[in-house]
Write a protein that binds this ligand. Structure first.
Ligand code: NAP
Length: 251
């Protein structure tokens, strides 16, 4: 894709699943990718698969000091950050009435507060260098809700609204922000959510039946849209929300 070669990209949660798929594609497009994850070994695995165009960094996205230190290290090792992909996420599905505040806090901290931190640390650097791109990985749960994922859905909906607000605030600074909403996808997070046994198979079959393209997403399904939104061809696109979910929700 036009304009990605040599650009510096940060992918949070790049050590696994969708984030790994995005990191590998950006590296294949010639970007220099900072794979930022909680887990050093997972980030290192992605870097090994990327074959040269990537480097691992460890930080919890909700820890302001750790994200600042990682951003400083990335800029000193690789150069000014052009693209931020907020992909790190987490959930533990259960009926809302059975949840407690400790669980709300954890879900909000990772899925909403984390992106606030990364925007606050990295977007000023983009402004200072004259431009940049942000792609926020939300979820179709933000658009239509999901049973047993009420707090997570609230965070993902919040992330879409935050993306639009920041897109308005930063348009004149040439920082463009968009959100991508995956549908159900085969990743370690999904495997943990589904669990094992007959119920897991039934739940997965039911999800696939609700997807017009009749399959779950794969991590590679999101890499192309993220690379596009970071490329020169997307220079007139900001504040948009795009579902990549096999047609599951056509809104
Ligand atoms: P995944 O396989 O669990 O990967 C998420 C990665 O983020 C993991 O490497 C995880 O590290 C890391 N991470 C979690 N908390 C973090 C934190 N506080 N700071 C830094 N890194 C952190 O998940 P995925 O399924 O690929 O999901 C990626 C994104 O897509 C998430 O935002 C998710 O909400 C969204 N999404 C997924 C689906 C789906 O069906 N899979 C559907 C819609 C949206 P650890 O493994 O060490 O915790």
């Amino acid at each position: 894709m036009k304009g990605l070669s040599g650009k510096i990209a940060v992918v949070t949660g790049g050590g696994s699943g969708i984030g790994r798929g995005i990191a590998l594609r950006l590296a294949a497009e010639g970007a220099k990718v900072a794979v930022l994850d909680l887990s050093e070994s997972a980030a290192a695995e992605t870097v090994a698969l990327a074959g040269g165009n990537a480097r691992a960094y460890v930080a919890d996205v909700s820890d302001y000091a750790a994200v600042t230190a990682a951003a400083d290290a990335i800029e000193s090792d690789l150069g000014p950050i052009w693209l931020l992909v907020n992909n790190a996420g987490w959930d533990k599905p259960m009926p809302f009435l059975k949840t407690d505040q400790a669980l709300w806090d954890k879900i909000i901290r990772i899925n909403l507060y984390g992106p606030l931190v990364t925007h606050h640390v990295i977007c000023p650097r983009m402004v200072a260098q004259g431009g940049g791109r942000v792609v926020n990985i939300s979820s179709d749960a933000a658009r239509v809700g999901t049973s047993d994922e009420a707090v997570y859905s609230a965070c993902k909906g919040g992330l879409v609204a935050f993306t639009k607000s920041m897109a308005r605030e930063l348009a004149r600074k040439n920082v463009l922000l968009n959100a991508v909403c995956p549908g159900p996808t085969n990743t370690p997070m999904m495997a943990a959510v589904l669990g094992a046994g007959d119920d897991a198979v039934k739940w997965k079959d039911a999800m696939v039946r609700g997807i017009p393209l009749r399959r779950m997403g794969e991590p590679e399904d999101y890499a192309g849209i993220v690379a596009f939104l970071a490329s020169d061809d997307a220079g007139f696109i900001t504040g948009q929300t795009l579902s990549v979910s096999g047609g599951m929700n056509m809104i």
